[in-house]
Design a protein around this ligand. Structure first.
Ligand code: ADP
Length: 604
């Protein structure tokens, strides 16, 4: 293996292997568009052919003007036809390549998104939302252009350049030689600049992405920003991010301007040189030294020179685009290649699932915080029909246990059994439908109440109304002018906390889950709302297997088993009465709540 200065593995030509592989994959990505691209290539060849021969006829018209009127008209018409054919095919070429690009990017986005949502929860603990959105929106856009339109432009310029040069040699080798002496100068400048731009643009994109991510976070949590009066602070941070990208943007602007100036002057110099030398040949031709250069031939030659120079300049711009595309494709392919560590499909689908849950010696560490083990040897059983309460100090690991039952994460060691099967053997998408979670702060989607309750399944309006009644939600929904069609706003902001919870309970009930996971609200709802939510929860728990993260004494007293979790281990296990008699962590917890006035002494 050989490596370059940047430490990347390189092939025998010294090109980074990753880049080579990426180009191949990019081509593969465009494969379903092969038909369109072939048709596009045909149009491309015809239109390039037209622009290669057109200058020849342009010159012929100039020379014909010196012979006869009929000659002039005939040549002009031929020239016109060539230009028209070129334009028509150029139009189809453009349309076809753009179409192929649009189809490709639509496919790529769809594929990328479904791949992203398949990733395990731990991936989202460490990856920023804004970054993923950037890949979906801008990286795919860069690829769209690079894989289709830019390639067609590249091929066109190459054809045009080769064709033009060949015809120029045919017209006059000496004159062409003069031109070719100048071209390498221009090309070296262009390539060097391309490299520079690639680096700068990458930095620019990175800085811009930082700013975008930061803006997204602040705007999506605007309530938090507002409540902390953090507007000025986030504005300042955003301004700093923007300034960083601006600093690079400024350099890019200067470099870009300089490049235009330098390459522009060089091109002008080349044209003047060719014009002067060509003019000399025309002079020689008319003064007895036969050179074969007529004013018409010189005109053709100048047009070719312009064409070659233009193709060169545009090709160097393309180079920057391609480099950007390589960067974008590395990021996209990295994401597409990523395999979720917790699979999301496959596994067994059973006809029935009982609500039985068993934890056998579970150890667990969050992948995003590898230095802290959160669960340290948890074992317990929940039998079908039981209501089990998880209690304990905050941060002890209760929610983590619930997360593991949903298989959001896999434990470091130990087995979790659901029904009678290890969780790892069940089809995750299937068993998650049998396990419903009602959290303290349910997140709703920005659609109607009806859609939120149905969430992706076709449930009849009767069914939705029935579960809403059971969840004490029907009444408040009916008071809305638009009833079940009422839009709840982003994350459900247009509903109160208690209303959101009741919608979430209806959601859970609609699934008729074998196992209900509940996270009792700690936040204070108003008494009326609290009563309605509690009633709905009690109803939902009836006849079901339930694991509840309990904060209320009444819930704990009704539980068939209370599991006290403290610092990642089970401190105590038993019924409320047994635990009170124990004089341990549980009793302390209860007494603390009593002192805080959270429960009635009579409840004990
Ligand atoms: P509880 O529900 O008992 O309040 P949790 O299960 O939420 O406790 O948290 C247990 C520990 O795990 C805490 O120290 C918490 O900081 C940590 N933790 C929770 N969620 C994550 C996460 N997604 N990534 C890393 N650490 C986490």
């Amino acid at each position: 293996h050989r490596y370059n200065d940047a430490g990347e593995e390189i092939d025998k030509d010294g090109k980074p292997i990753k880049e080579a592989v990426n180009l191949k994959r990019l081509a593969k990505l465009a494969k379903p568009e092969a038909g369109i691209l072939v048709a596009g290539c045909f149009c491309l060849i015809v239109s390039s052919g037209s622009s290669i021969v057109a200058p020849l006829f342009f010159g012929a018209v100039v020379d014909a003007a010196q012979r006869s009127m009929s000659d002039l008209t005939r040549t002009a018409i031929i020239m016109l036809l060539i230009y028209i054919v070129g334009s028509i095919f150029s139009m189809f070429r453009n349309g076809l390549f753009t179409l192929a690009g649009q189809r490709l990017v639509a496919r790529l986005r769809t594929e990328l998104f479904s791949h992203i949502v398949q990733q395990e929860i731990a991936f989202f603990d460490t990856t920023r939302t804004g970054e993923l959105c950037n890949r979906l929106a801008s990286d795919t856009q860069v690829l769209q252009n690079a894989t289709t339109v830019n390639i067609s432009m590249l091929v066109r310029y190459i054809l045009q350049m080769i064709g033009s040069l060949a015809l120029m040699f045919y017209l006059n080798a000496a004159l062409t030689g003069v031109l070719l002496a100048v071209v390498p100068l221009v090309s070296i400048t262009a390539v060097q600049y391309g490299k520079f731009v690639k680096r700068m643009q990458q930095q620019f994109q990175d800085r811009l992405a930082d700013a975008g991510t930061m803006a997204e976070e602040s705007i999506s949590s605007i309530r938090t920003v507002r409540s902390f009066s953090g507007e000025n602070k986030v504005s300042k941070t955003y301004a700093e991010h923007v300034d960083k990208s601006y600093q690079i943007g400024r350099k890019l602007a200067i470099a870009g301007g300089l490049f235009e100036g330098i390459v522009g002057s060089m091109t002008a110099g080349a044209i003047t040189l060719v014009l002067w030398y060509g003019g000399k040949l025309v002079y020689d031709n008319t003064h007895g030294h036969h050179s074969g250069i007529t004013p018409g031939v010189l005109t053709s030659f100048l047009l070719y020179t312009l064409q070659v120079a233009m193709a060169f300049a545009l090709m160097s711009a393309l180079y920057g685009d391609f480099m950007k595309a390589v960067g974008a494709s590395v990021r996209i392919f990295d994401l597409l290649d990523r395999k979720a560590t917790v699979p999301n499909d496959g596994g067994e689908i059973m006809t029935r699932l009982s609500g039985r849950v068993e934890f056998k010696d579970i150890f667990f560490t969050y992948p995003s915080r590898p230095e802290t083990q959160v669960l340290k040897g948890i074992s317990f059983t929940v039998n079908p029909g039981e209501m089990v309460a998880l209690v304990g100090p905050s941060g002890g690991g209760k929610s983590t246990i619930v997360n593991l039952i949903e298989r959001f994460y896999d434990p470091d060691s130990g087995t979790i059994t659901l029904g009678d099967r290890p969780l790892t053997e069940l089809d995750p998408q299937w068993f998650r439908q049998k396990v419903s979670m009602v959290s303290q702060e349910p997140t709703l989607f920005a659609s109607s109440i009806k859609d939120n309750i149905a969430y992706g399944q076709d449930a009849s309006i009767e069914k939705i109304e029935a579960v809403s009644k059971e969840a004490n939600a029907h009444e408040f929904i009916s008071t809305f002018e638009e009833g079940y069609e009422t839009l709840v706003g982003e994350r459900g902001v247009r509903l109160s906390g208690g209303q959101k919870q009741r919608v979430a309970i209806a959601q859970a009930l609609k699934m008729d889950p074998a196992l209900l996971l509940l996270d009792e609200a700690t936040s204070a709802l108003d008494a009326e709302s609290e009563h309605l939510v509690q009633e709905a929860i009690d109803r939902a728990m009836k006849g079901r297997t339930v694991i509840v993260i309990a904060h209320r004494l009444s819930t704990v007293r009704n539980a068939s088993k209370v599991i006290v979790i403290d610092k990642g281990v089970i401190a105590e296990i038993g019924t409320h009465d047994e635990l009170l008699a124990n004089d341990g962590v549980y009793k302390k917890l209860v007494l603390r709540q009593l002192n805080a006035g959270a429960v009635n002494a009579a409840d004990l």
